[in-house]
Design a protein around this ligand. Structure first.
Ligand SMILES: [Zn+2]
Length: 150
């Protein structure tokens, strides 16, 4: 339980919620991923990856979790977690597109990202990692001529 203690509190809760999302993933050829965000309203919103028979049309769990928060009126997220099926050999971390998307909605570049591998019945504690967004995406794209609606 030492590792889970390190990510106690919100990170632990987000990982557990991400696991619930992972168990609903719609996977055709990839692997199951779940994500959860703590939004500005203080609530947690989950997401899962949803693939399509058209290659490239599916959406990652992280972006679906953010979209879920936006659907409920949020414009900023305070923290995010993702859980990846332990069956895949890939390292559990958001893809580049999702890192940019997280940056778009993060309240600041210092928000925490908790990452872990999981089986359907639980997070694999020895795989849990926690990083800051700025560590994973040190040079985000920042358009200078776009007017954002907030
Ligand atoms: Zn992604």
């Amino acid at each position: 339980m030492k590792i889970m203690t390190r990510v106690a509190g919100t990170g632990k809760k987000l990982l557990e919620t991400a696991l619930k999302g992972m168990n609903n993933a719609y996977v055709l050829w990839g692997f199951r991923v779940g994500a959860a965000v703590l939004a500005e309203d203080g609530r947690i919103y989950e997401g899962c990856n949803v693939e399509s028979c058209i290659s490239g049309l599916g959406t990652c769990a992280e972006r679906n979790a953010i979209n879920h928060a936006v659907l409920h009126g949020n414009r900023k997220i305070k923290e995010i977690a993702m859980a990846m099926d332990s069956e895949t050999p890939s390292e559990p971390k958001p893809c580049g597109a999702c890192l940019q998307y997280i940056h778009d909605f993060a309240e600041n570049p210092g928000i925490k990202i908790s990452m872990a591998k999981a089986r359907s019945d639980g997070i694999l504690l020895e795989t849990v990692q926690m990083k800051k967004l700025a560590e994973l995406l040190p040079f985000p794209y920042k358009p200078s001529r776009v007017q954002f609606q907030t």
